[in-house]
Write a protein that binds this ligand. Structure first.
Ligand code: URA
Length: 410
């Protein structure tokens, strides 16, 4: 098969055969096809889309690029959650340990930051020593011991997604329905789940800007999941303002820990409980009690310890990752916050170094924003509406200016 001809076919709106999709994806995964050709293909898919048959073939070949999880006969119900990506979206950090308190197994395979949206793996790596590279053998042992593991795609699980995900991040090819469906569902199907809840975002800080687009994405994922025997639930959630009040890797872990202690921002806690309710076998009130009485926090500590971190460090993250400059951003007028734009905050955070511009960029775990005001809050001129954590005074000034463009107070 001739790679440029397959790219050309997709560029011109043709439908690819299963064999052509397999040829491209396995060629790229096995380093037999260069990144520039895969980039061109991803851009062709971005513009031309894919039929359901092509999307299913792409998901299947990505799933089969590696191993799938195989559980022992005595394994309990296996559940997971995935989000299509949001700004300040740290839900997984709270929800994975919370679900595991139920006695189910949660083998969560997550991604890195993508575009303006943060990645669970980058957040977890701000915990010193925490390893997201977990073999299937270790994942199974950890599930047996504590019921939860949070890890990345590896050379053995979904290697095709690992490579393609990083390439899409830096080639402006993230917001493509078939590419998102295949990326998310290949990872989730590799987990051999019984039930999955998908948090499909729409709005300024999401890849899908409208509910209609999100709905098409959600339905495509539901179809793939259910066809593969996974009870796939979908919740559609707006992504107009950041989730919670922190955006940036270690800052989001700190906020997640507050939520695991029964506190944290109300919107974050509600989202965790709404999503948890879709796949948990216990009542919402039980999930709430596990957040409030320290059960979920204990589970998180056990996971951190099992994956190489130290629970004591979780209380010190703000000094372990202290950015050289921390500045308060103050309101320039009085009134009610009508808009705290997720896209603007996400871009400002990316520019600070919390995300990547190039595939091999190293992210800075310390930078970002916290104490971000929520929409609908009454503020007076001079009130603190966020704090920026930056590498330098110049970066803090740029980030403050950028941030204020996303705020509307009236
Ligand atoms: N999350 C993923 O895992 N993949 C995407 O493509 C988007 C969000």
């Amino acid at each position: 098969m001739h790679i440029p001809s397959i790219i050309e076919k997709k560029r011109d709106g043709g439908a690819l055969s299963d064999e052509e999709i397999e040829f491209l994806v396995s060629g790229y995964t096995n380093d037999e096809m260069p990144a520039y050709q895969m980039s061109a293909f991803a851009m062709a898919v971005y513009f031309q889309g894919m039929s359901s048959a092509e999307t299913a073939a792409l998901t299947d070949v990505m799933l089969k690029s590696g191993e799938v999880m195989v559980y022992p006969d005595h394994a309990p119900r296996i559940v997971d959650k995935h989000s299509t990506g949001g700004v300040g979206d740290k839900v997984s950090l709270v929800l994975a340990p919370l679900l595991a308190c139920d006695g189910v197994w949660v083998p969560m395979i997550s991604g890195r930051g993508l575009g303006i949206t943060g990645g669970t793996l980058d957040k977890l790596e701000s915990i010193p020593g925490f390893s997201i590279n977990v073999s299937q053998e270790k994942a199974l042992a950890q599930l047996e011991a504590i019921g939860v593991v949070m890890m990345g795609q590896t050379a053995s699980i979904c290697p095709a997604d690992k490579k393609l995900y990083a390439l899409r991040d830096v080639t402006a090819t993230v917001p493509s329905r078939p590419l998102i469906v295949a990326s998310i569902m290949s990872k989730k199907l590799a987990e051999s789940l019984d039930a999955l809840v998908l948090d499909v975002k729409y709005g300024s800080g999401a890849f899908m800007k409208t509910w209609d687009e999100a709905n098409e994405l959600g339905e495509a994922m539901r179809e793939v999941g259910n066809r593969m025997g996974v009870d796939t639930r979908i919740l559609y959630n707006p992504m107009e303002e950041p989730i919670g009040q922190a955006v940036g890797n270690s800052l989001e872990v700190i906020e997640s820990i507050e939520t695991l202690k029964g506190g944290g921002p109300a919107d974050l806690r509600k989202l965790v409980l709404d999503l948890g309710g879709e796949v948990s076998t216990v009542e919402r009130s039980v999930l709430e009690a596990w957040l409030d009485d320290g059960t979920a926090l204990k589970k998180f500590h056990e996971m951190v310890e099992a994956q190489g971190g130290r629970p004591e460090d979780l209380e010190q993250l703000n000094s372990i990752h202290r950015a050289p400059v921390m500045r308060e951003i103050r309101s320039q007028s009085s009134g009610s916050t009508l808009r705290v734009d997720a896209d603007t905050v996400g871009r400002a955070s990316l520019a600070l170094g919390a995300g990547r511009g190039n595939a091999d960029d190293i992210i800075d775990p310390a930078v970002g924003f916290d104490q971000i005001v929520k929409c609908g809050t009454k503020v007076a001129e001079g009130d603190v509406i966020a704090r920026v954590h930056a590498k330098s005074e110049a970066q803090a000034t740029g980030a403050e200016r950028h941030f204020l463009k996303g705020i509307k107070i009236q």
